[in-house]
Design a protein around this ligand. Structure first.
Ligand code: GTP
Ligand code: MG
Length: 119
């Protein structure tokens, strides 16, 4: 959490974490498509041509004020592919909350557990 006293803003960081292809980016895309435009910023995605996340996705949500302060939720996804471990570490820096996106297909159980241990 980071409070900008001058601007009266509370910045909160939420990271979507889970194995590759489990639906992290899809979660953010859905939230982005449903939110009122006045509450959200652009959805920034860095993807390969096969739609795999390379570094992260990012969007910001603003929801009114709490005791005069403006909370800003900064939502990120990590790249799930095994070899992006160092990117995941960087993205987790300063995190306030995690949404673990598991893949419910039975054959992905091991990948879910490995990713949880990686986290
Ligand atoms: N059937 C089904 N497909 C889904 C669901 N969520 C996502 N998908 C599909 O699964 C594929 C991968 O989804 P992504 O959201 O890109 O997965 P990701 O977790 O961001 O993957 P990485 O960026 O590689 O870590 C896409 O083709 C999605 O349309 C779901 O709940 N059900
Ligand atoms: Mg992704």
């Amino acid at each position: 959490m980071f409070i900008n006293w001058a601007l009266q803003e509370i910045n909160l960081k939420i990271v979507y974490y889970g194995p590759g292809m489990s639906g992290k980016t899809t979660n953010l895309e859905y939230i982005h498509s449903k939110l009122d435009p006045s509450l959200k910023g652009d959805l920034v995605s860095l993807k390969t041509k096969e739609d795999r996340t390379i570094f992260f996705d990012f969007m910001q949500i603003e929801v009114g004020r709490i005791k005069g302060k403006k909370p800003k939720f900064n939502l990120y996804t990590v790249p799930g592919q095994v070899y992006y471990a160092s990117s995941r570490k960087v993205i987790l820096n300063g995190v306030d909350g995690i949404v673990f996106v598991a893949d419910s297909q039975p054959h992905r159980m091991e990948a879910n557990i490995e990713t949880l241990l990686d986290l």
